[in-house]
Write a protein that binds this ligand. Structure first.
Ligand code: FAE
Length: 536
């Protein structure tokens, strides 16, 4: 295949520095996407329509389907069930291509530089898997496709410490969450712990062991972090008996093997009921009251993002699960333009970035972090109580020895932003300001200044620009915008419009103290149980 030979030309170095300009290649189009799906028909009557197929949406679909309700999920991204020109469904982190980014002509990698050199590259515009959405003061990374964020994320599956929960969701009964819904979420997601003995011996976790050594020498509590990656599969990767995914540096643009993403867990179970249908490459634009429920309008797009059809259906009930940003943007626009006039003034408020900030440290030559790094993080440094930061020891899977330690910190950033409708521009805007990241940097420094002082090391300044230490322009963890018990009732029912619900990260007011998807999943489990009991 011509596309394959061109790919081989630009790939293969296994290094971040292998990035080169990508010319035009033959791209699979929408029709070539396998449709293990039944696309939604204009005029259809849908008992339960779910917008978005991430964590909140998948929990909703499974539990409704198990309760005997026919569910249709509408997803703006692709199905990601068909191999590309190289025989793989997902592109590798070290060689991003058309599959990697959502409708961009140039990549926007979270780590933009290496040794000071910019590493972004041109790619053909395509409905790729990772959206780097520029919201003015902040770049918000989100997964696009059936499975939402589970397709692109690191699989870190963290239940917040019990005593921190009241600050996360003050109005929710913590006893119930920790006895019923967190365990249910963890079980259904397939969350497990790494075997500490294997961790201690595996080459691919050298970087995390260096992270542990440095954390403990500075007196910080170190913890193993559970994950949804299949550890047995990773051991086989290390033994060379199966195709590599985590050990081939796959993350951000999808994992071809090993990761239990939502299509393999919640969505697989939901499909098995026979009550679920999914329309990928369909983007909901309008929801408004109609006889029999709500009229829902959506655009079907092809893989260049061009609208190929507009469809309107009537749904008895509509579940907003388009992610914190997607749900907030829809609701703010629908309220402001009069499509959903009954929504209250809390819509769009309470948005936070989970305090995300990234940094790297330059280690001494006697502390190599390894050329082979598992892309699946499994270690964290907890300084939340004293310094307001929880740092995951993250991989830097470049394929070469870098002597770098890399971290994504989640911090107790107090700032909250609001989405508003700009009528003149015809778009929703977020009032987050770039300077609001400063508290996060200060909190992250509570860990890394001390480690650097103890180890006699310095920060890397080459990963986010030239002489720039902090990756403080982005978040992986958008939360809030339709907050529980403010924009909705105690279980996610939107005020003002019976039969409309919010089920995703938009419900959580800006921070979960750790990585958020287990909390999003557990909260959706709690809410849908009550909704099924009372509303169906
Ligand atoms: P989400 O999973 O974003 O799903 C929303 C879905 O709705 C998406 O598939 C959208 O394409 C779709 N959508 C949006 N608008 C529309 C529309 N108008 N019409 C139709 N469909 C639409 O929402 N969290 C962790 O806990 N651990 C990690 O290790 C971790 N690593 C991450 C790494 C990266 C690179 C990224 C980007 C995120 C990471 N996260 C991690 C965050 C986590 O994936 C995120 O919190 C959840 O995916 C959010 O779940 P929601 O259900 O809210």
């Amino acid at each position: 295949m011509e596309g394959l030979s061109r790919r081989r030309f630009i790939g293969g170095t296994g290094s971040l520095l292998g990035a080169a300009a990508l010319g035009a290649i033959d791209l699979p189009n929408a029709a070539a996407q396998s449709q293990e799906t039944q696309l939604i028909e204009p005029g259809a009557q849908i008992p339960a329509l779910v917008i978005g197929t991430g964590y909140g949406g998948s929990v909703t679909a499974l539990r409704l389907a198990q309760a005997g309700v026919d569910v249709h999920m509408v997803e703006m991204g692709m199905a990601w069930d068909t191999p590309g020109p190289d025989g793989k469904v997902f592109a590798n982190t070290t060689s991003p291509d058309h599959r990697s980014f959502w409708l961009r002509t140039r990549t926007k990698q979270p780590i933009s530089n290496f040794l000071g050199f910019p590493i972004d590259r041109n790619v053909p515009r395509y409905t790729g898997i990772l959206d780097a959405e520029d919201l003015g003061g902040i770049l918000v990374y989100q997964g696009r496709g059936v499975g939402g964020g589970s397709l692109v994320n690191g699989g870190m599956a963290v239940t917040p410490q019990r005593d921190r929960f009241p600050a996360i969701l003050p109005s929710v009964d913590a006893d119930e969450m920790y006895s019923v819904y967190y365990p249910r979420a963890n079980r259904t997601l397939g969350v497990t712990d790494i075997d500490p003995a294997w961790f201690d011996s595996a080459d691919c976790y050298q970087y995390a062991r260096v992270g542990r050594k440095h954390a403990s020498r500075s007196g910080f509590p170190f913890m193993f972090v559970p994950n949804v990656y299949d550890w047995d599969y990773m051991r086989q990767e290390a033994a060379g008996t199966v195709p590599r995914s985590a050990l081939a540096g796959e993350i951000l643009y999808g994992n071809n093997h090993g990761k239990k993403s939502l299509p393999k867990t919640y969505l697989a179970q939901a499909r098995a009921t026979g009550r679920l249908t999914v329309s990928p490459l369909h983007r909901v634009t309008t929801v408004t009251p109609a006889t029999g429920g709500y009229s829902v309008t959506m655009e079907q797009i092809d893989t260049t993002g061009t609208v190929v059809a507009t469809k309107t259906v009537v749904a008895r009930r509509v579940f907003f699960a388009a992610g914190s940003v997607g749900t907030s943007k829809l609701l703010v626009r629908l309220k402001a333009t009069g499509a959903l006039p009954g929504l209250n003034d809390e819509i769009g408020r309470g948005w936070g970035d989970n305090g995300n900030v990234m940094c790297g440290r330059a280690n001494h030559l006697w502390d190599p972090t390894g050329a082979l790094q598992s892309s699946i993080p499994t270690a964290g440094i907890d300084n939340w109580t004293a310094g307001g930061a929880f740092a995951e020891v993250a991989p830097l899977p470049t394929g070469i020895e870098t002597w770098a330690s890399f971290y994504l910190s989640i911090t107790n950033n107090p700032h909250r932003a609001r989405f508003t409708w700009n009528a003149a521009a015809g778009r929703v805007e977020l009032d987050w300001q770039a300077a609001w990241k400063q508290p996060s940097v200060t909190m992250a420094k509570s860990i890394f200044d001390r480690i650097n002082a103890k180890e006699g090391t310095i920060y890397r300044t080459d990963l986010f620009g030239v002489h720039k230490i902090w990756g403080d322009h982005l978040t992986y963890h958008p939360l809030g915008g339709a907050v529980l018990d403010k924009a909705t009732d105690h279980h996610g029912r939107l005020h003002g419009h019976p039969g409309l619900y919010v089920m995703d990260g938009a419900l959580i007011p800006g921070n979960t103290t750790v990585n958020p998807f287990v909390t999003i999943t557990a909260l959706a489990e709690r809410n849908i149980e009550r909704i099924i009991a009372d509303d169906f």
